[in-house]
Design a protein around this ligand. Structure first.
Ligand SMILES: *Cc1c(COP(=O)(O)O)cnc(C)c1O
Length: 359
């Protein structure tokens, strides 16, 4: 029997989620963030579907932009971590790739490499995340450096990234927005600060440009869900099939390390997916699954190529039945909580072994 483990990607859902971002922020331009292979959904397919509708795309690293250009994607692509090799700058200008500048070093790399076509630059300001970005001592010198450079387009965008926007009650976001306003007070340039959570949950962060990522794929960006995210449509259905069914007696165990013990006579289904496919190894007993449309629960350690589920509460489960690991019914964020991680980690972790199908 063929192995039916797969990820089915609903491109219409991604488009609808993108359009929701536009609806919420009618005065902004929304850049579709498709880094990490579009959060595991396939960056080329996602870019092709969104290209007619978006002003630009964003990826994390230069190589991701090269892949998209190789596939014929032509809208501007912002590289969020910027360019660190002089040899990449010519490609960037020829191919309309925009680059983030987060440090004086990155700015100097540009100003010391003469270019024939103007380069589009975004600046990253550190407003409290303390990971990347310019602080108040470096901002002005870097702006002067870049605005005096003939091959830097003067339409520079000022940006920052938020540390705690996934928590609607956290005061950090307000503090970061205030710091950003102070840093940019006397500078007349466009601005960008919102990721998905900020875009949906903090109206004051909606600026000239927003950078939604996770919401495009239909997962809530919030630690606790709220009203707005109910409108999101999960785009990925990660599914597999039942390959074996057996009865176990009370006090018998299942899987590696005897991680699950039957507290009564039970029925166990073995499913053809494991951590080598990207199902999280740390998923606890009780993690939800949907087998032939019925709720069931993980029972036993996740193996490399298999998982086991308690289907005692289900009826008429057969070998070959479809299992939704996450998708429209089983929310990936709920699975992630059972594995002490976040939905982003699960989506980006679906491995190359898993074929993607598009609808
Ligand atoms: C990944 C990323 C985003 C998108 O974040 P989501 O939480 O997925 O919406 C936005 N901006 C930057 C700088 C990022 O690295």
């Amino acid at each position: 029997m063929p192995r039916h483990t797969k990820a089915t990607i609903n491109l219409n859902a991604i488009l609808a989620n993108y359009q929701l971002a536009n609806k919420v922020t009618p005065n902004s331009k929304n850049i579709a963030v498709i880094k990490a292979d579009a959060y595991g959904h396939g960056s080329i397919k996602v870019a092709q579907a969104l290209e007619p509708f978006v002003p630009a795309f964003a990826v994390a690293i230069f190589e991701e932009a090269v892949v998209l250009r190789g596939a014929g994607i032509s809208k501007p692509i912002l590289v969020l971590q910027g360019i660190n090799e002089p040899s990449e700058l010519d490609f960037a200008t020829n191919e309309n790739i925009w680059t983030m500048v987060e440090s004086e070093e990155q700015a100097k790399l540009i100003t010391q490499s003469p270019l024939t076509i103007p380069l589009n630059v975004w600046l990253k300001l550190d407003t409290g995340m303390n990971r990347l970005g310019l602080d108040n001592t470096h901002l002005e010198p870097v702006i002067n450096l870049l605005t005096n450079c003939h091959w830097v387009n003067d339409q520079i965008v000022l940006s920052s990234h938020l540390a705690c926007a996934s928590d609607l009650t956290d005061t950090m976001t307000k503090n970061q927005v205030r710091t950003f306003a102070e840093l940019t007070e006397n500078i007349n340039l466009s601005t960008s600060i919102a990721n998905s959570a900020a875009l949906l949950g903090f109206p004051e962060t909606r600026m000239d440009w927003n950078r939604p990522g996770i919401m495009l794929y239909g997962l809530s960006p919030f630690d606790e869900s709220n009203q707005q995210d109910k409108l999101l449509r999960p785009a990925m259905t990660f599914s597999s099939t039942v390959i074996s069914i057996r009865d176990v007696k009370k006090d018998e165990h299942v899987g590696y390390g005897n991680f699950w013990t039957a507290d009564k006579p039970s029925t166990i289904a073995t499913i053809a997916v494991g951590y080598a496919d990207g199902y999280p190894r740390h998923a606890a007993n009780g993690t939800p699954l949907l087998i032939a449309g019925q709720k069931a629960h993980l029972a036993g350690r996740v193996s490399m190529d298999m998982i086991t589920a308690d289907i005692s509460q289900c009826s008429d489960i057969k070998i070959g039945d479809t299992v939704e690991l996450w998708g429209e019914t089983i929310n990936a964020n709920d699975v992630a909580r059972c594995a002490e991680t976040i939905g982003y980690d699960l989506l980006t972790g679906v491995s190359q072994r898993v074929p993607r199908y598009y609808k």
